[in-house]
Design a protein around this ligand. Structure first.
Ligand SMILES: Cc1cc2nc3c(=O)[nH]c(=O)nc-3n(C[C@H](O)[C@H](O)[C@H](O)COP(=O)(O)OP(=O)(O)OC[C@H]3O[C@@H](n4cnc5c(N)ncnc54)[C@H](O)[C@@H]3O)c2cc1C
Length: 394
């Protein structure tokens, strides 16, 4: 069977428009503020950039067409997200930054019509930001979701939620939260989890301190969030009660791959800066780019980027084939690109900084971002190693 990896004219055109938009509108702002989105204006710059993205016809490539997006599947998202990720502010400009992008994806698949009107429509349009609250301080849920401690107990007409989350990206300033809480079973055992939708101003929901991380290009921090007798009505249940763990896969599976797409763009920018430098810089009687060691670092970067892109292409193709909560998902295909992208970006970063010290100074934001993403969500990729371990023993 022939394998056709070419993109449609629609996708090719959108990639070209995105590249031009990022180059002309977004990179100058990122560079002027050292990749610090708070210094660039926080939510004000987000709104400005998103308006410009709408005018340029590149806004919300992932969102359903009826909610103002381009309705792209996973395979078609890959080159567009990579083009956006070329600037650290690019994903925010296109409304495809984490966690909003993954939340749009999940709401589009699981939410009721009323929930779509209340939560998906404003999120897809960029009118509000959102947060996804799953991870808890020890002994609660982290790499192992079975440890889920936050409890939702049935009350008259709804549910009462109590618990603490941390590392909740975008929580400060989010318009609403998707909360993962235990609705059956004991912490440490699988049991059942349920997802709830709660507007940020619901009494009992408190956004606490920002946990210190290295990145400065994401809005709303990575915060501690407390729920104290937080009451949500029955209509706030996202999907079905006790189905939260499988819904999490609807969100996290694709979201791991969209991380990879954006990170590929960031790796490519760092690499391009370094290549530009070694092509000009003279030392020891030649251009740096004429030296064998430098050429090897440049070639290794390009191989890493190409290999990660190939693994990503395969994983996205598979995600496009199976995407219902009931259908088995080949999750083992998603760990390799995530691991590869983390390693590639790490190696690219070292090579880029080695060949181009200027990169470290003027692109410190990219360095911080790369170090930060090497921890984000990465622990869950240990699942890939666990699966490999099981295969080795069977
Ligand atoms: C910048 C940032 C943003 C984040 N944003 C969000 C967010 O918006 N919403 C949210 O819910 N969460 C968020 N997280 C949380 C993130 O997803 C968790 O950190 C992750 O799931 C791991 O949980 P943990 O930190 O409790 O690690 P732990 O579960 O304590 O694991 C610690 C270490 O042990 C390793 N480990 C655990 N189990 C195994 C095993 N079986 N085999 C081998 N190794 C293992 C892990 O790989 C990890 O290195 C964010 C984290 C960061 C750093």
């Amino acid at each position: 069977m022939a394998v056709d990896l070419s993109y449609s004219d629609q996708v090719t055109g959108l990639v070209a428009k995105t590249e031009a938009f990022i180059r002309d509108h977004v990179l100058p702002i990122e560079d002027a503020h050292g990749g610090d989105i708070a210094a660039a204006g926080g939510d004000t710059i987000r709104t400005d950039l998103q308006k410009a993205a709408k005018d340029a016809g590149v806004f919300a490539p992932h969102a359903p067409i009826e909610y103002g997006g381009h309705g792209l599947g996973m395979s078609d998202r890959a080159p567009v997200f990579e083009a956006a990720g070329y600037s650290l502010f690019g994903p925010t400009a296109l409304n495809i930054a984490a966690p909003d992008e993954g939340n749009v994806h999940m709401l589009a698949h699981i939410a009721s019509d009323e929930q779509k009107q209340q939560f998906l429509a404003p999120l897809a349009a960029g009118d509000v930001r959102s947060a996804f609250a799953m991870t808890e301080p020890a002994p609660g849920a982290g790499a192992d979701p079975n440890a889920l401690n936050t409890l939702a107990v049935k009350a008259s007409g709804g549910w009462k939620i109590n618990g603490r989350k941390h590392f909740i990206t975008g929580a400060d300033g989010a318009g609403f939260f998707i909360i993962m809480a235990r609705t059956s079973g004991e912490p440490g055992r699988r049991g059942g989890a349920t997802m709830f939708l709660a507007p940020a101003d619901t009494p009992g929901l408190t956004v606490g301190r920002h946990i210190g991380t290295l990145d400065k290009s994401m809005l709303g921090g990575h915060c501690v969030v407390d729920f104290e007798d937080l009451f949500v009505p029955d209509s706030a249940v996202l999907g079905e009660v006790d189905q939260g763990f499988s819904y999490a896969q609807v969100r996290l599976g694709p979201a791991r791959m969209t991380h990879v797409m954006r990170w590929l763009g960031a790796a490519r920018r760092g690499h391009d800066v370094a290549v530009g430098y070694v092509a000009e810089r003279e030392g020891f009687g030649s251009k740096l780019g004429d030296l064998g060691m430098i050429q090897k670092m440049v070639a290794d970067n390009e191989i890493d980027i190409a290999a990660t892109r190939a693994l990503l292409t395969q994983a996205c193709w598979e995600l496009d084939q199976v995407h219902t909560p009931q259908t088995p998902r080949p999750s083992r295909r998603r760990s390799p690109p995530k691991r590869s992208s983390g390693s590639s970006i790490g190696r690219c970063r070292c090579a880029v900084v080695s060949v181009c010290p200027k990169t470290f100074r003027s692109h410190a934001s990219r360095e911080r971002f790369a170090r930060s993403v090497s921890t984000t969500d990465r622990p869950r990729c240990t699942a890939g190693y666990r699966q490999a371990h099981r295969r080795c023993r069977s």
